[in-house]
Structures are given as C-alpha cells and as structure tokens.
Unconditional design. Structure first.
Length: 384
C-alpha cells in the first residue's frame, strides 16, 4: 500500500465553496480509494464508542463525520488510521482488508488539530520531510514540494520558519505535508478548530479547492455543522456511536430524520402539532396556538400528533395580518449585520426563532411588538 504520510498535526463560506460542493466525484480527477466499513465496533470498558457502524465511501469523495463530543467520530477515524484496533467488523480499502496493516503502511495522509511542525525546519523542509523519509530522490522531492506549496498558496513562505507564520499559515503547511505524497486517502480530525472564524472560513474553501485538485478521498471529522455543510459531498451524522443519518448537505439540513439531527445541524424550531389530515406527502397540522399550516412528510402516520421542523430563515414576517399568518409577540431582537435575529412567542406559548435578511425597509422590532408570521409546506418538515 506504499508508505504513509502519518503527520499528527493533532485535532458559511462563500458561493465558490457551495458551487464546488455539487460537483460529483466522477467529474474530478480522482486518485482516491474506495473505503468500505463493515459492522465496525470499538468499546472502552462498557462504553460503545463505535457501535456496529457500516459506511461506504466512494473514490474521491469528501465525506464528513459530524457529531458532538463522544459520538464516536474520532474513534472511527482512529480505527481507519490504525491508531486503534477493531473489536469486531472490518475495514476494506480498495477491497483489501487493512486490519493487520500497520499505520505507517496504510498510505494515508493525516492532518489533525495541532500543527506539529518541526520548529527548526523551514516550510520547504517541513513539507519535504515525508518524501525524504520515503527515500524519494532530490529532483522529484524539489518538484513535488514546489507543486504542493503552490497548491496551498505557500510559495512566498517557502523559506520561513514556523514561528514566523500565523496559525492559518502553519495549518496550511501541515496540510501540505500531509498531501505531498499524493495519498489516496486523507484523514482530517478537526483541523480547523484552533483557528478563528475568518481563518476557518478561508481554509474551508481552500480545502475544498484542494480536494478538487488532487482527487483524494477525504474523511473529515468535525463537530462544527457549518464546516460540514460547506465542505462535504456527504455528511454522516453520528450520535452515541451510531450513524443516525447520512446524505448530501442539503438533505441533512432540509430533511433531518429525527429531533437530534434537526437540533444538531443548524438552528431549528421544533413545533408540536395535531395532524388534521394528510394527502400524499402533504400534512395539514394545527399547533397549540391554533395556527393551521401544511408541511411535507414522508412518515406513514396520518393521525395523532407530530413534531415539525421549521428553520428560522424560512419563516416570513410582516407587520400586518394576512391570510395564513399568525400573530407573535417579540421577546428579543438582535441586529447581526447581514441578518436580524428575532425571538417571538406565539399565542399558545411556543417560542419561535426567526432569522431574516436586513433590508433598508425593515427596522429592528422592539420587545413587545406584534409581528405576523407564516410559512409554507416547502418551508417545514415533519420529523419521523
């Protein structure tokens, strides 16, 4: 499987990242491996960190493991890397089991949170280190390092020492060192969590562009749903050692399978309502404030009560009552620059979170003001 670039660097973006997200792996220059995880299990005492997980990852795919602390995402990554051994199950890379392959022979690039750069080496020397250890000749090493520095926009920093660079630049060096061998699989365990927001968003785009350039299969671990939505071809949401939902970012965000996914991925309003009727995939419901609305549903249930997800940005507001709207009382209003964040209480006592674009025509409402809210069937989703 070749030599591994095993570098322990430890543990909403712009339109360009969103447009690149929809590119199918088959349209890329793909060098990545196919990964098949079958009934993987790992326990520590009585704690099931990874509980019989199965997952197929296509060659060249960018897949994110998303979940809170203790959900099993890093343990699953460590099992794939070979840092920990499976209790049961198997992991196949290009149809070959890797259980008995040591970490340094798996051929994976690895990037973690801390940069772990050699402080007494320049950027060039840090990036060249894996090639030197693999016995690559000098001419090839120089060419490959130059190419990689160019990809990571580090050419102007080639002679700098790590201490002369910002945190974001050091993380770029760590990524460059992980990809300089052009590994078929790159594992990233929360590599951006130590950076500030602006740097994180910038490097998110760079990692997506890098993925399009080198075509490796990337497995990315994070607890940040914004990172997952921005960067991934698919997202696997983990909870208590299990994958509870896997799908493309838009599917995960718009059609979560349960309350956990709805609450963990993005801000949400979860409304309890009685089912009035169901026609096809459209349900008519009434909440405790008496507001009647429609929602999309794949659930077979058509009587009783249901929990409905309404995303804050899908709620329309107006100053005047209109057909299909319900009155609410403002309890909080914040100006966040590009958006207004409003909390309001319905007559039945339910609290709604509303996010709307700032416009010159709308002023920030005051606490106690009455607004009128509405949403359509396409703006909400009945949870299973």
């Amino acid at each position: 499987m070749g030599e591994t670039v095993a570098i322990r660097a430890g543990r909403s973006a712009g339109a360009s990242a969103r447009s690149s997200q929809v590119a199918d792996a088959s349209a890329r220059s793909v060098i990545g491996s196919r990964i098949a995880i079958r009934e993987a299990a790992k326990s520590f005492g009585g704690f099931h960190a990874v509980d019989r997980i199965s997952l197929d990852i296509e060659p060249g795919e960018f897949i994110t493991l998303l979940g809170p602390s203790g959900s099993g995402k890093t343990t699953l990554l460590n099992l794939l890397a070979g840092f920990q051994a499976l209790d049961s199950g198997e992991i196949l890379v290009d149809d070959r089991p890797i259980h008995n392959v040591p970490t340094h022979r798996r051929g994976f690039g690895m990037v973690f949170q801390s940069y772990a750069l050699f402080p007494n080496m320049t950027v060039t020397q840090n990036v060249a280190f894996p090639l030197r250890m693999a016995g690559v000749d000098r001419a090839t090493t120089e060419r490959r390092v130059a190419e990689t520095l160019e990809i990571m926009r580090l050419s102007d920093h080639a002679r700098k020492m790590p201490s002369q660079m910002s945190g974001g630049q050091q993380q770029r060096v760590a990524i460059a060192r992980a990809i300089v061998m052009r590994p078929r699989v790159v594992l990233m365990d929360e590599p951006l969590s130590a950076l500030d927001r602006r740097l994180r968003e910038s490097i998110q785009i760079e990692i997506r562009d890098l993925h399009q350039t080198i075509g490796s299969t990337i497995l990315f671990v994070t607890h940040d749903q914004g990172e997952a939505l921005t960067m991934s071809d698919r997202i696997a949401v983990l909870d208590a050692g299990k994958i509870v939902q896997i799908g493309r970012p838009a599917e995960i965000y718009r059609h979560p399978v349960n309350r956990f996914v709805a609450s963990f991925v993005g801000e949400s309003n979860l409304i309890e309502a009685d089912i009035v009727q169901k026609r096809g995939t459209t349900m008519t419901l009434r909440n405790r404030a008496g507001y009647v609305f429609n929602a999309e549903s794949r659930d077979a249930i058509d009587v009783g009560r249901a929990t409905v997800l309404v995303r804050p940005e899908r709620i329309a507001i107006s100053d005047e009552a209109n057909a299909g709207s319900a009155p609410v009382t403002v309890t909080s209003a914040l100006f966040l620059g590009e958006v207004l964040r409003i909390e309001a209480r319905m007559e039945g006592g339910e609290t709604l979170l509303i996010r709307c674009s700032d416009t010159a025509q709308r002023s920030l409402p005051a606490v106690g003001d009455t607004l009128h809210v509405s949403w359509g069937a396409d703006d909400c989703w009945v949870l299973s």
